[in-house]
Design a protein around this ligand. Structure first.
Ligand SMILES: O=C(O)C1CCN(c2ccc(-c3cc(CO)ccc3Cl)cn2)CC1
Length: 324
């Protein structure tokens, strides 16, 4: 059998913060933020951590699929804002929902995390696992520098996920290509840790907050990512017109404009919800997927072909063309 997405869900903190609200905290404006990014507001935690959002998603997935947690074989959480490194956020979820037969691990690939995790999960199903959940989750608000308006206004908190089961009668993934370029990793960083011990000879103070060379990352997104998308279309022997919808990492609406142009694709096929969520990193694609299934744009079991592309810190980027 093949892997199949049999449920999707998403969750976000109730606290929605508008651009105007942010302009009372720092020198910015709704006009600047919206015109440059397409973001109008974002959900920001008032106390929920990444595991709490992930647990809400996991419980909704199990409800939607009428499954009990002890039927799960694995849980993967893609995040760069875990509650802790040890235990992993996935392990916390496993314990809290009672998935007693599931192995669980976090996966770190920044804004490409959900795509990397879904690709990994498909291979677990092909290798014999029967049911697993893949969650992208972030509480980005805890790693942002709230005195840096160039990054603080861009990101938000949230989680989304899918249930994978070995019920497919054809492959889930038509084609994929995952890529990394660590030589440009310094262009987008967070949570740096220094070597500090009785044996360390010196240490330079680190900026543990999110740092981003916006120009470099924007250029990376416009130059490298479309090439990756086109090569996966070629591998799949599909044209852009044969893709029903494009679900790209929700970093910036102008990026989606440029991607659609580069691919000579219909811009209206590039779904987006950054207006409400901002950039939720590894959570952005699964939240968009879950909302698009809820609003009927996407449907499970109708053989829709969708193209998922994540891109961001690492640098990492990756595209999967999947059949729903
Ligand atoms: O001055 C302007 O117009 C600014 C210029 C800088 N901007 C940026 C730059 C980069 C990103 C971004 C971030 C990630 C990380 O998830 C991934 C992919 C991208 Cl393309 C988002 N916004 C905002 C508007």
């Amino acid at each position: 059998m093949f892997a199949k997405i049999t449920a999707a869900a998403h969750a976000a903190p109730n606290n929605s913060v508008s651009n105007d609200k942010l302009s009372t905290l720092m020198d910015t404006s709704d006009e600047w933020i919206y015109s440059r990014t397409g973001i109008k507001s974002r959900h920001l935690s008032t106390g929920e951590n990444t595991s709490d959002l992930s647990i809400r998603v996991a419980k909704r997935l199990l409800e939607n699929a009428n499954l009990s947690a002890d039927e799960l074989d694995f849980i993967i959480v893609a995040t760069i804002t875990p509650d802790s490194m040890m235990p992993s956020t996935a392990a916390i979820v496993q314990g809290k929902i009672g998935a007693t037969h599931a192995f669980a691990f976090d996966l770190t690939a920044a804004c490409s995390g959900f795509v990397f995790a879904l690709s990994t999960a498909e291979k677990l199903i092909q290798a014999g696992s029967h049911k697993g959940i893949v969650i992208g989750a972030e509480v980005f608000s805890k790693v942002l520098d709230w005195t840096d308006r160039s990054t603080a206004v861009l990101f938000g908190d949230g989680a989304g996920g899918v249930l994978l089961e070995d019920k497919g009668t054809s492959p889930l993934v038509i084609a994929e290509q995952l890529q990394t370029d660590g030589s440009r990793g310094d262009k987008l960083t967070s949570s740096l840790t220094a070597v500090q011990s009785p044996f360390s000879v010196s240490h330079t103070p680190l900026n543990t907050h999110v740092t981003m060379d916006g120009r470099a990352i924007f250029d990376f997104a416009v130059r490298d990512v479309p090439k990756n998308m086109l090569s996966v279309l070629t591998k799949a022997q599909l044209t852009v017109d044969e893709i029903d919808y494009f679900l790209l990492h929700q970093a910036n609406s102008r990026i989606l404009d440029k991607m659609a142009k580069k691919l000579s694709a219909n811009r209206s096929k590039f779904l987006q919800n950054m207006a409400e969520y901002g950039n939720t990193s590894a959570a952005s694609i699964p939240i968009l997927l879950s909302e698009s299934l809820e609003n009927g744009k996407l449907s499970l079991g109708q053989n829709q072909k969708i193209l998922l592309t994540g891109f961001g810190g690492g640098l990492t980027w990756g595209t999967m063309i999947i059949t729903l």
